[in-house]
Ligand binder design. Structure first.
Ligand code: ZN
Length: 339
């Protein structure tokens, strides 16, 4: 099916690392989700005989992950980089920064969003999410199953640094003997940072380019009229600017080669979702009514949350591309129809 090449047969075991390129080591941390692991990266950061490591992404902030970190942590860590604010990436950033007295490096969008989500402010509240889903046609029974007063993010990211080092698109970060270029991508998170090392032919893709699953691209309550799918597709297309043989280090699954092929596949995947949706838009339909078209399997409350965000993202794409029109009905629900 896929013509991606996976150069590493094995996986790093719990509490161990596997070298994937000179000075680049791969480790995996468990996740208590359906997606059961995250890949993190250790980059050699020796300068002038001063040994040390840069850590890229940190795992969720729970005792199990920290116990594994204890087995792996080098003597000296020089900086922590997170690709984006999601809890599996950001959960131990504060813990590691404090422990080693070092800075967190990330983009402004990711840094501020982590704080906003932890605080449940700036539109990142359960009520705001439910309101967006209600307006997009999710029925009361399924809405009710999602009601929670718990801040799940704050449970997984128990603390977050009070200051950071800001990086922006195109920045070149010297890590040990090598230079890594920041590539900012949109659509999955506000300002996701990937890191590309031309000398090694390696890109740390984070969640922007995954090998076997398509990246979650959702409309969120903080930006309820956004077009994240357009942003995502434009962002992944930039991977075509990298050499076709670049080794992609994704946050989930195995390292692979075939970035350009994978971009083709993702574009095809989303085109197929649009083809699934269009015949259903002869009559005005809401995102809630179309969930079953996009997601064939039964969804629990947690999956419905992500599925709704994705369904709205696909409809927004069609709307902003001029392929669908939309109107709010007397019942307050937004429905989309073919142009
Ligand atoms: Zn993510």
């Amino acid at each position: 099916m896929s013509s991606l090449d996976y150069p590493f047969a094995g996986l790093p075991g719990p509490g161990s690392t596997l070298q994937v390129a000179p000075g680049v080591r791969w480790l995996r941390m468990p996740l208590p989700f359906q997606l059961d692991h995250i890949n993190l990266w250790l980059l050699d950061d020796a300068t002038d005989g001063d040994a040390g490591v840069t850590i890229v992404d940190t795992g969720i902030g729970n005792p199990e992950t920290r116990a594994l970190w204890e087995k792996l942590l080098p003597q000296k860590v020089k900086r922590i980089i997170i690709t984006h604010y999601h809890p599996d990436h950001a959960g131990n950033a504060a813990w590691l920064c404090e422990r080693f007295g070092v800075d967190l490096w990330t983009t402004q969008g990711e840094y501020l969003t982590a704080h906003a989500v932890r605080a449940g402010s700036a539109g990142y509240t359960s009520d705001a999410v439910l309101e967006v889903f209600r307006k997009n046609g999710l029925d009361e029974a399924r809405l009710g199953a999602m009601v929670t007063r718990r801040n799940r993010y704050a449970a997984l990211v128990p603390d977050f640094p009070q200051s950071y080092r800001r990086v922006i698109d195109g920045d070149r970060i010297r890590i040990g003997a090598r230079e890594w270029r920041v590539i900012v991508g949109y659509g999955h998170a506000p300002e996701h940072a990937s890191l590309y090392c031309e000398e090694l032919g390696v890109v740390i893709a984070g969640d922007m380019l995954l090998s076997t699953i398509s990246t979650n691209v959702s409309v969120w309550s903080v930006d309820p009229e956004g077009d994240p799918l357009r942003l995502f597709l434009e962002s992944v297309a930039r991977y075509r600017e990298l050499p076709p043989g670049v080794l992609v280090l994704p946050s989930h699954g195995k390292p692979f080669r075939g970035a350009h092929t994978r971009v083709d596949e993702l574009e095809k995947h989303h085109r197929e979702r649009f083809s699934d949706l269009m015949p259903c838009l002869n009559e005005p339909r809401s995102a809630g009514e179309l969930l079953g078209v996009l997601f064939k399997r039964p969804l629990d409350a947690h999956q419905t949350f992500f599925a709704m965000g994705e369904a709205i993202a696909h409809l927004h794409y069609l709307y902003y591309a001029g392929r669908a029109r939309r109107a709010v009905g007397a019942d307050g629900i937004m429905r989309y129809a073919k142009v």
